[in-house]
Design a protein around this ligand. Structure first.
Ligand SMILES: Cc1cc2nc3c(=O)[nH]c(=O)nc-3n(C[C@H](O)[C@H](O)[C@H](O)COP(=O)(O)OP(=O)(O)OC[C@H]3O[C@@H](n4cnc5c(N)ncnc54)[C@H](O)[C@@H]3O)c2cc1C
Length: 468
């Protein structure tokens, strides 16, 4: 089975560990402890504690209400195509959720915005356009329009550009809290922008990747190969029996290829979680059995931006009229375009509007369309799912983990199943962990301190000897 999107794989790789597991401290965070994490000190068990940390909460983010879209049970790529079809010659939706060839990705968002702008340019009637949202879709649309000489205003609710490509520097160094990777640089327009603008990138690989079992013991390399082969068998069997209107979980169960041996079963379960739930930000029971592996294949290396993804957004934004802190709550389209701003009560008028707000915002009904969007658009918005992928960033006083890009864990609760070693790319002792789908929604209900504490205990237990 070939996956259109790719995740790291651990198979066929040399496992080289610096330490061994000292205990099984993987308890779930409790909501009771809210003490801040001590800075740059030593834990009772002897492990270094993070001096700085950041926990994302994309499900709760008011300007996206989720991380990115997915094909929920019953949805299809046709729903995305429908949303990408201009509602009229003056109202067009864009954004990652509308781009069936590369949904949930930055380059899909960029291309969707460009396509919306090109449509207006082809019609040739619009002299003034309002673009709502300054993520890659909005910036891509505005860039094309302005370069073609069309007066364009970008209205952005946040106090920054980039949307879900969010490079934060509050920890004292740039770190991407939303999108990190150009997924497949070959033919990728984001990679082209990086090249044109001299933005540095670094390839990440799964060479030497390390996988831990539930007891925080490293899984031997030959067993990892076997587990990943079994996971592919499970998914292939599911593909064969997948029925319309059912979930991927239903198909996996019907496929009957899940191993019965308890250890193997759990390891295979979490390989599948990493390949699918982390990539699509949705649980197996949410994803459509036949359509989940959507989009075109991503070719070429995966690269990250050591100085942040925002550099690409900034390169697109040069010279654009972008109004930050300008949330929109109403769009009238019957007599020209009138866009209402939430806080100021002001309006913007235009000949056409491109709406690039995330699917989560469209689902919430936060923006009133007058007249309402046609019912088929509302049906498609309802049918698509909005998933969750959250990150935890930890800066430790020193590196105490192996010099590999990727570290995987196996946990019933699904928290922190994947980590990327940013130390190899930014020259600081920083790890970036991921939690997706239902576990991410649950984790968001805990305090930052509890989330950090749980993650740090697991890392200590995996990488430090009892003596530290
Ligand atoms: C944790 C995480 C990891 C990811 N990893 C990757 C990755 O590695 N590679 C990759 O390619 N993609 C990744 N993605 C997906 C990628 O970030 C998105 O697909 C892409 O950035 C979406 O761009 P967009 O323009 O469609 O939407 P956004 O970037 O969300 O832009 C929409 C803008 O609209 C604004 N807005 C919302 N409501 C209003 C309103 N009422 N009025 C005015 N403005 C409003 C928002 O503030 C936002 O700035 C990741 C996303 C997340 C969350």
């Amino acid at each position: 089975m070939i996956f259109t999107r790719r995740d790291f794989m651990f198979g066929a790789l040399g496992v080289s560990l610096v330490g061994c597991a000292s205990d099984h401290a993987t308890s779930s965070p409790t909501a009771t402890t809210t003490d801040p994490v001590p800075a740059d000190t030593s834990a009772p068990g002897g492990g270094p504690l993070p001096a700085k940390s950041f926990v994302t909460r994309w499900a709760a983010d008011p300007w996206t209400l989720g991380s990115y879209s997915f094909l929920a049970v019953g949805a299809s790529a046709g729903d995305r195509d429908l949303l990408a079809t201009p509602v009229s010659d003056t109202l067009i939706l864009a954004g990652e959720h509308t781009f069936a060839a590369a949904p949930a990705l930055t380059h899909g968002a960029l291309l969707s915005g460009r396509a919306a702008a090109q449509h207006l340019l082809d019609i040739g009637d619009a002299q003034r356009v309002v673009v709502i949202g300054a993520g890659f879709a909005g910036l891509g649309a505005a860039r094309l329009l302005v370069d073609a000489g069309i007066a364009t205003v970008v209205l952005e609710a946040r106090d920054r550009i980039g949307g879900r490509a969010w490079t934060d520097s509050s920890m004292g160094f740039p770190v991407d809290l939303g999108a990190s990777w150009i997924q497949g640089v070959d033919g990728n327009p984001i990679a082209q922008l990086a090249d044109t603008n001299g933005v540095a990138t670094q390839v990440t690989t799964d060479d030497g990747a390390i996988l831990f079992d539930q007891q925080l013991q490293p899984v031997p390399a030959d067993e990892v190969v076997q587990i990943e082969a079994l996971a592919e068998e499970v998914l292939s069997a599911a593909e064969e029996v997948a029925a319309d209107g059912t979930s991927l979980l239903d198909a996996i169960e019907a496929g009957g290829a899940m191993p019965t041996d308890p250890r193997t079963r759990i390891l295979v379960r979490d390989v599948v979680r990493r390949i699918i739930e982390h990539e699509f930000a949705a649980s197996l029971d949410e994803l459509d059995a036949t359509g989940w592996d959507e989009g075109e294949a991503l070719l070429g290396d995966d690269v990250i931006f050591p100085e942040g993804f925002v550099q690409i957004a900034e390169s697109l934004a040069v010279g654009l009229d972008i109004r930050l802190d300008s949330a929109v709550d109403r769009i009238e389209t019957s007599k020209g375009i009138i866009v209402h701003l939430t806080d100021s009560g002001l309006t913007e008028t235009a000949d056409a509007v491109i709406v690039t707000v995330p699917l989560g915002i469209l689902k919430s009904g936060m923006i009133e369309f007058d007249p309402p969007l046609p019912s088929e658009y509302l049906t498609a918005i309802d049918a698509l799912g909005m998933g969750v992928l959250d990150k935890i960033i930890l800066e430790f006083p020193k590196v105490f983990w192996p010099d590999v890009d990727l570290i995987g864990f196996t946990r019933d609760d699904g928290y922190f199943l994947e980590w990327v070693n940013l130390a190899r790319h930014i020259g600081r002792p920083v790890l970036m962990g991921f939690t997706a789908a239902d576990p991410a929604r649950t984790l968001e209900s805990f305090s930052d301190a509890d989330i950090v504490d749980d993650a740090v205990r697991m890392l200590h237990a995996a990488f430090l000897t009892p003596e530290g």
